[in-house]
Design a protein around this ligand. Structure first.
Ligand SMILES: [Zn+2]
Ligand SMILES: [Zn+2]
Ligand SMILES: [Zn+2]
Length: 141
């Protein structure tokens, strides 16, 4: 199946309209095995799109279970594609992420579950981020 067909199916499955900008953005995510920030996307898109449009598309992808937040640094939030099973509105892909000290890319460690942490019931935990850092497979070789 081509990426274009795959992306069209993905948008349809999550109730989003197929627009050229959404297709191009998701194609970028499929072409990279690491997470992308809004500025990465602006830099990689063929046509010049304003940031507001990109941010708006990113948040609708996040709200609809297509992208999740992989990491956050001084450059902003980096997003990655969700696995097949993310329902809309709530993300079920709670895995660890890896941030490389050399290239600063963020990778999803889909097989690494976030360890369960006990928190006193004064706090209502909503999300957990679990980030490992070091040297990634690309930089190691
Ligand atoms: Zn997700
Ligand atoms: Zn690296
Ligand atoms: Zn991830």
């Amino acid at each position: 199946m081509s990426d274009k067909k795959l992306i069209g199916d993905l948008l349809r499955a999550h109730g989003l309209k197929k627009t050229p900008i959404r297709l191009e953005m998701l194609e970028l995510f499929m072409d990279h095995d690491f997470a992308l920030s809004a500025s990465d996307i602006v830099a990689k898109m063929t046509a010049g799109h304003d940031r507001v449009t990109i941010y708006r598309a990113l948040s609708s992808f996040e709200e609809n279970g297509i992208l999740h937040r992989a990491s956050e640094d001084g450059q902003g939030v980096k997003y990655a594609l969700c696995g097949q099973h993310c329902p809309d509105e709530s993300h079920s892909d709670e895995h660890a992420h890896f941030v490389c000290d050399e290239c600063h890319h963020t990778y999803c460690l889909e097989d690494v579950k976030i360890p369960e942490v006990k928190v006193s019931n004064e706090f209502m935990v909503d999300r957990a981020n679990y980030t490992l850092s070091g040297i990634c497979k690309e930089c190691k070789s």
